[in-house]
Design a protein around this ligand. Structure first.
Ligand SMILES: [Zn+2]
Length: 273
């Protein structure tokens, strides 16, 4: 099954195709425009994460992978090849909804191997100014997220997400990315957000928003933040048993937490069920 769109930052047209992958292979991006060069979705290939999460292996880049990874993880998929013919995933409507539809059309196959989980054994924290993030043991995957933006539509929003029967699809998948007009001008000057439009983001002015269609949820903003966290943490390579607590976090904080977690002795184990 395939879907086409444009990259948010490059604006370039791009198509992706999802294909089944063997047990225990995780998610693997395949650059069909570069002789099927493979970039596994793994923490070790995170290259930078200023406005989106970018992977790089041997100089080959794959950008803005978080919304697709979130959809795969949110649908309970553990192994998948993602064929892509350009440098950046398509932004679609700024959420994970089209990717969910793609996965549902393709169908999900049960595999024989026991399912592996990344189980958190002790708390690991990161603090960077007023941005905080931690992960602690839990038998489920949970995300407790707080954001705080001085804007009449946002201010403080808090959400506690628990991954269970369809909760991703209901509560998270359709929440769109958002940006502020000033920030978008800056990005444009830096030659980024070239594919950005009101069709793929909520664009906030100082008092309101430019979009004429209503928000999908009153707290769509914090829901999108949870979507990003699920997508970035998918780079740990398997479903997680643990609880994430995030306060004003962003892609780079997510990356720092994962690398600290992986390096901390006795903080995690891989279990089968
Ligand atoms: Zn996002």
């Amino acid at each position: 099954m395939s879907v086409s769109g444009n990259g948010l930052h490059t604006g370039a047209p791009v198509s992706i195709t999802l294909k089944p992958a063997p047990e225990n292979s995780g998610y693997i991006f395949v650059r069909t425009d570069l002789d099927n060069f493979e970039i596994p979705a793994s923490v070790e290939y995170i290259s930078h994460c200023s406005y989106a999460t970018t992977l790089m292996r041997r100089g080959v880049v794959l950008s803005t992978c978080e919304h697709l990874l979130s959809a795969l993880r949110g649908c309970g998929i553990d192994n998948c090849f993602v064929e892509i013919d350009s440098i950046e995933l398509p932004i679609m409507d700024g959420s994970s909804e089209d990717f969910i539809r793609l996965i549902e059309q393709a169908g999900i196959t049960q595999q024989d191997a026991p399912r592996r989980f990344f189980r958190v054994l002790k708390e690991v924290k990161i603090k960077e100014g007023d941005r905080k993030m931690s992960i602690e043991p839990s038998e489920k995957f949970e995300v407790e997220c707080l954001i705080d933006f001085k804007h009449p539509f946002i201010n403080k929003q808090k959400m506690h997400y628990v991954a269970e029967n369809g909760s991703f699809r209901r509560e998270i998948a359709s929440a769109r990315t958002f940006g502020f007009t000033q920030e978008i001008e800056m990005l444009r000057k830096a030659n980024l957000a070239r594919g950005g439009s009101l069709d793929n983001a909520i664009v906030l002015t100082s008092e309101g928003m430019l979009n004429e269609t209503p928000l999908r949820f009153d707290d769509e903003f914090v829901r999108h933040k949870v979507l990003d966290i699920i997508g970035d943490l998918a780079l740990l390579g398997m479903p997680i048993k643990g609880k994430v607590i995030a306060e004003k976090s962003g892609h780079s904080v997510h990356a720092q937490l994962m690398s600290k977690l992986l390096k901390t002795e006795n903080a995690w184990e891989i279990v089968q069920s």
